[in-house]
Structures are given as structure tokens and as C-alpha cells.
Design a protein around this ligand. Sequence first.
Ligand code: SAM
Length: 246
Amino acid sequence: MRLDVVTIFPEYLEPLNVSLVGKARARGQLDVRVHDLREWTHDKHNTVDDTPYGGGPGMVMKPEPWGEALDSIIESGEGQPTIVVPTPSGKPFTQELAVELSEKPWLVFTPARYEGIDRRVIEEYAERVDVREVSIGDYVLAGGEAPVLVMVEAVARLLPGVLGNAESHRDDSFAPGAMADLLEGPVYTKPPEWRGRGIPEVLLSGHHGKIARWRRDEAFRRTAVNRPDLLERADPGAFDKKDREM
Ligand code: SAM
């Protein structure tokens, strides 16, 4: 998969060199290209922003550098990318969207600063390629770089061969399947006792059926406490008799 990121703070994307994403890059599973938006400015001060039409506080990112950057990136590759525009006014970033994006061959991220990018840029590219305006949550950050790090990590770990154990994300919270509407329950490792605290007996039983039941019950309990909204909107058919008794 190819990933391009256009930003005025390329150094903010340094974490893409470490851990899971860094290793995927080193193995050639991910081709990540970070670009400095200011390379596509032509004035002495490399200006990327200007005052908003209609007045008001803050600055708006100018369309010209973004247009030149996106044209040049689109022309540099084969086929068409999906452009992901981080914005608090976008559609929520969910595991479902991460799965969808992980199936695309090429993503271009456009993290903004200030009050965002001149609207005409989004309109222009939406007529030419697949453009997704995406929010990582109901809060406002100073820039889109942190949202890009969040989205790239969520997408990259779904790519075949990126996680050491391909099964690892099967039981995750929000993973598609029988537990799709449940958060993941608690997990334990050795030693069997730590500061006087043991682990649930069933996990030592070796009985796969009982362990699966326990995990489902714990997932259900945790979801009911932390995210009752997930249970409310879930398909009632997804729950069994034991779930309903909880
Ligand atoms: N005035 C904008 C609004 O209220 O929608 C907020 C602009 S914010 C200060 C600057 C940039 O940070 C945004 O254009 C976007 O790239 C990024 N950003 C901030 N919060 C975000 C969020 N929750 N999800 C995705 N991107 C976000």
C-alpha cells in the first residue's frame, strides 16, 4: 500500500518510522511518502494561509499550494488514490472505515492547520477521485497530523503480514464477527499471582468452550458499563440467551 501525507510539519510524522508502521515500511509492505506543503509555494515566505473571506478569527489554508501538491502526487502514481481529509466536521473514523481504507492500494492524507483548507480544494478533488472527510473524535485538535498517525496505525495493522500474528485483531474491540458490537474484555498474562491478585480460574481450565463463554460475558459486561450505546444500537439477533440474562 502507498501512503502520501502532505503537511507543513513533516517532522510531526516521524513516528511513522517506528514500531509496527516503521517495520512494515522496512519490509516494503508500506510505501510512506511525507511531503512538505511549502514545497509548492512560490513566494519568499512560503505562505500557506490567508485571512478568511467573510471575516472572523483564524486563518485558512490557501488552495493553490494544496492544488499543486495534490496534482503532483496524483500524477506521480498509477491509478487513483483515495484522499483522506482529517477534519472534526468529517464522518467518524471507525474500525469499519479502517477496514475499508486498508483495502485501498493508495491513500493520500491532507492534515491541515489553522481553520482548515479552503473548501474549493475538497470540491475540486471530490470530482476527480474518492475523497473522504474523516473525524477521529468529537474534539478539536490544533492540526491533522495526530489524526493521520491514528488512522495510519489503525489501517496498517490490518494489512496482511503486518501483525506478527494474523489472528491478533480477530478478537479486538469493534472487530467484525460474532462480537462486533462488544468491546474486548480483560486480558491476563504470567505470573498467575501478582500482589495477591490471581487470575480468573476458567483461564487455567484449558476448556476452550468455557473460556470463550467467559470472554464473551466479560466483553458484554464491559460494553454495558463503558459503552451502553453500542448495545443499544446492536442487532438483537447477535445476542444469545446468556447475553440477554446479563
Ligand atoms: N475550525 C475547524 C472546525 O471547527 O471544524 C477546526 C480546525 S482545527 C483547529 C485544524 C485542523 O486540525 C483541521 O483542519 C483538521 O485537519 C485537524 N483536526 C482537528 N481536530 C480533528 C479531529 N477531531 N479529527 C480530525 N482532524 C482534526
